[in-house]
Design a binder for this molecule. Sequence first.
Ligand SMILES: O=P(O)(O)O[C@H]1O[C@H](CO)[C@@H](O)[C@H]1O
Length: 380
Amino acid sequence: MTLLEPEYGRRSLGDVVPAVARALGRPLDPGTAPDRGVAGAPGLVLPDAEAYVLFLVDGLGARQLARYEHAAPYLSSLRVVDAAATAGVPSTTATSLTSLGTGLTPGTHGVVGYSSRIPGTDRLLFALGWDAAVDPREWQPHPTTFTRLQTAGVTTTVVNKREFEGSGLTEAAHRGADFVGADKVGERIAATQRVSARTPSLTYLYDGDLDWTGHRHGVASTAWLQQLAMIDSEAEQLRESLPASVRLLVVADHGMVDADPAQRFDVDALPELSAGVSLLGGEARFRQLYCQRGAVDDVVAAWRGTLGDAAEVLTREEAVARGWFGPVSSTVVPRLGDVLVACRDRASVVSTVGWSHESRLVGLHGSLTPDEMLIPVLID
Ligand SMILES: O=P(O)(O)O[C@H]1O[C@H](CO)[C@@H](O)[C@H]1O
């Protein structure tokens, strides 16, 4: 299956808030962040409005929405802004939420996966849970788009579960916005209705239940389809709670594929995949391999030999040259694997001993296939 290149600077998740800023009449200064389009490309163009509500549905790929539109009649009726946009690389929540919040590429904001090495250590930073020893403002030092909008006079609010307030990822990705804690859908809609009445404003809200359900039961499982219908109702109810002058924009952070047991590679059962690897990172669909000194070529050869067509195996330099992460800052380079393993089709690389929880998941994401990379950008 073809791997898609991310559409950084044109139609990627990092281009969404800059497009909202333009529509609010408060364009972000293109000199301080890469929110300008690639030469000649229009980028995302949104209708002018005094207030935007940005609803991010975790795990709702554009392809899944198109395939199962019967379960989501409201979302399927919405106008698609331009063509489908892409997540960044890897196509995973921590990376995508940081791209959304900063307007930057993963290679610049530095949250480069579900897990990535903490430079100078043999430890991984699991970005969703974070790590008390890592300062999120040092790990992601750039001002967020939310901070920049607040500075420009736009009331910017994150409406999210209370447990996320002040978390490492919230600080790295979304600092600068006002935070309103709201655990239940009703609370979230009520809070959004209240804060989006201010103008100009951007109100961001998030729902992670579809992703959770897909991970455990699989895309198109009965549970996933039921959850999609719930999300569809939530989005419609949200729209109905807002006046017409407030625009609703619906996006996602990545799609998902169901792992095929026949295309599953277990590093704990295949010793040739451990030779020369000092630390296994990333996630099942996008492994990041941190290698022993001088071992990169041997690791690449062993992984290519074992995985064959199931994955694209590149050195860090090859992946960076392909533009997978956008421009890469020198501080971010050592967080990236020496070798990157991007799964094709429905393959996965698991560690049944070291990563037992992940190896039991049905739905996965992180790689560059269209089912994972293409995200909807819908306007109402
Ligand atoms: O970004 P989310 O949906 O949390 O996904 C992550 O969750 C899985 C492990 O729980 C990993 O494979 C990674 O892709």
